[in-house]
Ligand binder design. Structure first.
Ligand SMILES: Cc1cc2nc3c(=O)[nH]c(=O)nc-3n(C[C@H](O)[C@H](O)[C@H](O)COP(=O)(O)O)c2cc1C
Length: 342
């Protein structure tokens, strides 16, 4: 039975959603991709590292660049530069980042406490980028006493924001507790622009439950880190088709490909070091994950990784590496990677 369908968005994640990972997710069924958040000030200073965050391939389209900052003029100018440099399909504004380093400079979720400034920022960017669409990503409010997503979304719609992704948590929640999909549904009901629902989609059944919330798309973050096949799984569920989870061998093949590509771009030392956290995510749900993680936390070369994988497969004895393995539940994210980035 066909259940209905919604486009799937890969959530922007600092330190995670680079071109290599985005391409993997696209191959597995993600429809719309966005860069991780990029500092408007970094763009203005023509910082080389910042420039790296903007790179994407034609295969990744439709592709957005997410910017953060607090100054309307600088954000507008940065958006224009990004448009001219890399010609994205849309520019997204981050009104959701909870990290202290961003918030104390009035960026990210801090703007949820200052609606007039949020409106000025959005308006300046829409005007600067016209006709390129500008979209926004918000949280539902600063804290539980000030949940204002409906008001915020109406303001954003009023100044020409073309799509709004809503992460159903407050800034105060960080990544704890649950996303409030009632508030997300209220936002979808309150504005005419498409609203993309985000928060705690971990598999096909959580995605199917959100079909009734009135949103125009679903955005998936942490679950994709452990299991990029989640996009295939959800799409199959929307189409009423059975989904066969990847085998352990297929999962390891993907891990190796991801690492090899990172090493190809960043060199072995940086590439493998940067992949350690990602390997922790990839092993969620695998049999014998605990000892595996202990060795992966120290892995430094591709050869070592291949040895660890070989050892893991040998250690499983009676478990068939061609058996399917489901990704586990996402763990709570720490702000560490985000704080490091900004
Ligand atoms: C490591 C990490 C980095 C993130 N970086 C960003 C970011 O750069 N921009 C952004 O809008 N949200 C960022 N987020 C929030 C996610 O986009 C998403 O809203 C959140 O993880 C909730 O979705 P999920 O439950 O599907 O993971 C980040 C989340 C994590 C875990």
């Amino acid at each position: 039975m066909v259940k209905g369908s919604l486009p799937l968005f890969l959530a922007p994640m600092a330190g995670v959603t680079n071109s290599i990972f985005r391409t993997i997710c696209k191959e597995k069924g993600a429809d719309v991709l966005t860069t991780e958040f990029v500092s408007a000030d970094g763009i203005m200073h023509r910082n080389a590292r910042t420039r790296g965050y903007l790179e994407f391939t034609e295969e990744e389209r439709p592709m957005g660049v997410q910017l953060f900052g607090a100054d309307p003029k600088r954000l507008a100018e940065a958006a224009k530069q990004v448009r001219d440099w890399v010609q994205p399909d849309f520019i997204d504004i981050n009104f959701g980042c909870p990290a202290n380093k961003v918030v104390c400079r009035n960026g990210g979720s801090s703007l949820l406490r200052d609606c007039p400034l949020l409106e000025r920022v959005a308006k300046a960017m829409v005007q600067a980028c016209d006709p390129l669409p500008v979209t926004a990503k918000i949280r539902i409010g600063w804290d539980e006493r000030s949940v204002n997503a409906v008001t915020t979304a109406r303001l954003l719609e009023g100044v020409g924001i073309r799509r709004i992704a809503v992460h159903g948590r407050t800034r105060a929640q960080g990544y704890s507790g649950y996303a409030d999909w009632e508030v997300i549904a209220a936002v979808a009901d309150a504005v005419r622009v498409p609203v993309i629902g985000n928060g705690d989609i971990t598999d096909a059944s959580t995605a199917l439950r959100r079909l009734g919330s009135g949103v125009s798309g679903l955005m998936i973050g942490r679950a994709a880190m452990a299991n990029p096949w989640i996009f295939t799984e959800v799409k199959h569920a929307f189409e009423g088709k059975p989904f066969v989870a990847p085998t352990l061998m297929e999962r390891w093949d993907l891990v190796l490909r991801h690492c090899r590509e990172e090493v190809g771009v960043r060199g072995e030392t940086h590439g493998m070091h940067g992949m350690r956290g990602r390997l922790m995510a990839y092993t969620r749900g695998m049999p014998g994950a605990r000892p595996l993680r202990a060795s992966l936390s120290k892995v430094a070369t591709l050869t070592q990784l291949e040895e660890i994988i070989g050892g893991h497969l040998d250690s499983l004895g009676s478990i068939d590496p061609l058996d399917t393995v489901h990704g586990g539940e996402p763990e709570e994210a720490s702000f560490a990677s985000i704080e490091k980035r900004s």
